[in-house]
Design a binder for this molecule. Structure first.
Ligand code: HEC
Ligand code: HEC
Length: 264
């Protein structure tokens, strides 16, 4: 019983090899690799293998041989399965040679995920990115912690290219629920000894000591075996803005963040 699916698959290969129909299993399959990480992997592979013809961000361009792949419509493919096959097998008689059948299935699907994400870009979020930018650097105080193109603070991640691999929904969640997904780089530590307390981003930690960066971007080191007691928190230091900002303001910020790209 266990071996049955493999036999059917083998049969399908034989049949498709001899049949006049070109449909393969991928046509009916749904893409199993669609997470955010898959998207990033797909982009990486694309930039390594496809950018020479389609441009670094798949937009084609004056000098490039390959067409813009971000228009939202493909000439040669409609379903994800067809797209998969174009990437693998190429387009006969053109410079689009394809990766060949040695390419790992996962990698091919990840490129499909990446290419699909580019067409979703067409659905720009509703807010005004200009108003969002004012809020970001002004009353919203986001720039106190975040750097954009060299300006701003260091207590949060640099957001210069955040629109490259976050969807508008991801960005909205970052603003309303910052604790949802906090990379260890942004965990905090708190050190106390009777009279004093220091708290800040966890810049380094081993069995004996740890370093923090406090709210003034000041670095401090502590021994774990001195007078200090310490605590680690895996929550975000970023305030949740769901209640502080109006829906309109959140829309504007999301539009601004989404516009921050390596190739605007
Ligand atoms: C040597 C240049 C070259 C390379 C490298 C290349 N392509 Fe292409 N690609 C082309 C050309 C030219 C076409 C247009 C073919 C045609 O006439 O439909 C094309 C077409 C496509 C299409 C179909 C577009 C449509 O509108 O249907 C997709 C999808 C695609 N390429 C993806 C990729 C991916 C993914 C890679 C990397 C694995 C890649 N290409 C590498 C030149 C290239
Ligand atoms: C007190 C410092 C601080 C302030 C103020 C702050 N942030 Fe953050 N922000 C952080 C930290 C730390 C993280 C990383 C941890 C996390 O994911 O929440 C973060 C994460 C983010 C992320 C997710 C980044 C990613 O890689 O997905 C976005 C987007 C963001 N902030 C936007 C904003 C905006 C917009 C504002 C202003 C309304 C703001 N931040 C205000 C500290 C701050």
């Amino acid at each position: 019983m266990r071996y049955l699916p493999a036999r059917i698959a083998l049969l399908a290969v034989v049949v498709s090899g001899t049949s006049p129909f070109t449909a393969t299993a991928q046509d009916s399959e749904t893409n199993p690799y669609t997470s955010r990480i898959d998207l990033r992997m797909g982009r990486r592979v694309f930039q390594a293998q496809c950018a020479s013809c389609h441009g670094l961000n798949a937009r084609g361009g004056n000098e490039s041989v390959g067409p813009d792949l971000t228009t939202g419509r493909f000439q040669r493919a409609e379903s994800d399965g067809e797209l998969y096959r174009v990437i693998r097998d190429g387009v006969q008689g053109t410079a689009m040679v394809g990766t060949g059948t040695d390419a790992p299935e996962q990698e091919l699907w990840q490129m499909v995920t990446y290419l699909r994400s580019l067409t979703e870009v067409a659905d720009a979020p509703p807010g005004s990115s200009a108003t969002g930018q004012q809020l970001f650097t002004g009353t919203g105080s986001c720039a106190d912690c975040h750097m954009v193109n060299g300006d701003g603070g260091r207590r949060g991640p640099d957001l210069s290219n955040i629109g490259d691999d976050r969807t508008p929904d991801d960005l909205r969640t970052s603003l309303t629920d910052p604790d949802a997904e906090v990379h260890p780089r942004w965990w905090t530590m708190r050190a106390t000894n009777g009279s004093q307390a220091h708290e800040g981003l966890r810049m380094g930690e081993d069995s004996f000591s740890f370093r923090i960066m406090d709210e003034n971007e000041q670095l401090r080191s502590f021994s774990k075996y001195g007078d200090w007691t310490w605590e680690r928190s895996e929550r975000s230091t970023m305030p949740a803005y769901g209640d502080q900002l109006s829906t309109r303001q959140l829309d504007d910020l999301v539009a601004y963040l989404f516009s921050l790209r390596s190739d605007p």
